[in-house]
Design a protein around this ligand. Structure first.
Ligand code: BES
Ligand code: ZN
Ligand code: ZN
Length: 482
């Protein structure tokens, strides 16, 4: 999709449609005087009151060159923030593209070009890379009509494009089926993205991981004919910063989760291709960071494996030794995410990372607890979590702080090893987080359980059904604001 900032008066803009956000109880803005009678009409008839979710289309408006004028409801003006703008631009794109609109110009109020273009790029995305024909139409051009020119608005617009494209990059990876996206293919894609972005990328293969002693990760992958990979990508700022902080982004990269010998039910198992959504979010964030250049070093770690059933697969009761030396009794082979993440976490600590943040489709229990609205956020360091939550809030990604009291740690006791990989029926998302914490120790750490938020079972007005790409924007915001 072509994206561009326009410095033209509204009347001169040529497009299939120009969209303008109007609020409840707002009088006609000065630059819409040409359409005042139409606006009065739709208001008094009750057809369009400026409420959020409303949309009205005027064809062949007199006084402007564009073919349609589209009024988009913004709700209460005081409550309208960048998250609302991202949503309305996304839903406007999704509605108009289905009506055959190819080029849309967005009349911007203020300087917030970022959210407008992000929403449009996200809304234009359809997870249809494998359809040879489709009823879905897409927008060819999204232009933002800026009130005034200036470096600030250019930067904001540029950032929106980078973030939108990077989130879609993650969504496309997540949507790839497991026959086409094996751990090695994911590693190849990570390498290609890195070299296109000027990032250093290193892939640790099975032999290297054996040498290092990543027994926990390798236990999960041993049942698959597809070899595992640990993807490591480094971003180093050009001007070294004064602080010694070094951020690690760790993402679960299970390209398919059958559950292993503790096999999952057949119903819905096809969705388990999205069990690498955390890894994809990390890769998407690195793609954006390479362009936006934060001042803190950021290293990505994506342990990529396939969790399969076979004669070589790990069995319940197996005991494995993790990279940090602790032994684990694998009571359930379906609790594999934590087993691969801990070896990546230990490795990140060895490379000198000072702050760890991981994203993982880790538990069904977090979906029971929080549904599909909030990410479950866990931490051993409240200050670090506060930073992550404020980045998430700014980006409109909802997060809920989950507890990690010491009492929950007891759930992971094993009779035969240092700890068990499951904690029983209740508080499953918490015992999973505690399992990770046992390997994090005192390093500031935030764990994001995205099992409920990484995939939309139903389309939203502003986003297609399927992979959401959640966490990409929060990660980027966090690193840029460091
Ligand atoms: N990948 C799943 C978690 C999951 C469930 C993600 C539903 C998305 C939707 C994870 O590997 C898993 O299977 N966890 C088990 C843990 C249990 C065995 C302790 C679960 O949540 O059932
Ligand atoms: Zn599993
Ligand atoms: Zn899993």
């Amino acid at each position: 999709m072509d994206t561009k900032l326009l410095y033209q008066p509204l009347a001169q803009v040529e497009a299939d449609a120009v969209a303008v956000v109007l609020f409840e109880e707002e009088s006609t803005p000065a630059d819409l005087k040409f359409a005042a009678s139409w606006l009065d009409e739709i208001k008094t008839s009750g057809e369009f009151l400026g409420k959020s979710g409303e949309l009205a289309v005027l064809h062949q408006p007199h006084g402007i060159k564009a073919k349609r004028l589209v009024a988009v409801g913004g709700g209460k003006k005081a409550a309208f923030d960048s998250a609302s703008l991202r949503k309305v631009s996304g839903s406007t794109v999704r509605t108009l593209k289905q009506k055959g609109v190819k080029s849309l110009a967005w009349l911007l109020e203020g300087r917030e070009a970022e959210a407008a273009v992000e929403g449009a790029i996200l809304g234009n995305f359809e997870p249809e890379q494998h359809k040879t024909s489709t009823d879905n139409k897409s927008l060819a051009a999204f232009h933002v009509i800026a009130a005034a020119d200036g470096a600030e608005i250019e930067k904001s617009f540029e950032r929106g494009i980078i973030l939108g494209d990077s989130q879609n990059f993650a969504r496309e990876l997540i949507n790839e089926p497991a026959n086409l996206l094996t751990p090695m293919v994911l590693a190849d894609k990570a390498r290609a993205m890195s070299s296109a972005s000027g990032l250093e990328c290193e892939i640790l293969d099975q032999d290297r991981m054996m040498q290092l002693g990543m027994g926990s990760l390798l236990g999960v992958s041993q049942g698959s004919a597809e070899p595992p990979a640990l993807i490591v990508i480094r971003y180093k700022p050009e001007a070294p910063s004064k602080s010694s902080d070094h951020l690690a982004l760790v993402g679960k990269g299970v390209t398919f989760d059958t559950g292993g010998v503790s096999i999952k039910p057949a119903d819905g198992m096809e969705k388990m291709k999205y069990d690498m959504a955390g890894g994809a979010a990390v890769l998407g964030a690195m793609r954006a960071l390479a362009k936006l250049k934060p001042s803190i070093p950021v290293t990505a770690f994506v342990p990529a494996v396939e969790n399969m059933v076979s004669s070589r697969a790990q069995r319940p009761g197996d005991i494995v030794k993790s990279l940090n030396g602790k032994t684990i009794e694998v009571l359930n082979t379906d609790a594999e995410g934590r087993l691969i993440l801990i070896d990546a976490i230990t490795y990140a600590k060895r490379l000198g990372c000072s702050h760890l943040i991981d994203a993982a489709t880790l538990t069904g229990a977090i979906v029971v607890a929080l549904g599909h609205v909030n990410i479950g956020a866990f931490t051993n360091n409240e200050d670090f979590l506060a930073k992550v939550m404020s980045a998430a809030k700014a980006e409109g990604e909802k997060m809920w702080h989950m507890p990690l009291d010491d009492e929950y740690k007891e759930l992971l006791k094993s009779a035969f090893a240092d700890l068990a990989n499951i904690g029983g029926r209740y508080g499953g998302a918490i015992s999973a987080a505690w399992f990770l914490r046992e390997f994090v120790d005192d390093t500031p750490w935030v764990h994001l359980d995205i099992a409920g938020t990484a995939w939309l079972d139903e389309p939203k007005p502003h986003m297609a059904k399927g992979p959401s790409g959640v966490c990409v924007r929060t990660f980027v915001k966090l690193a840029l604001g460091w």
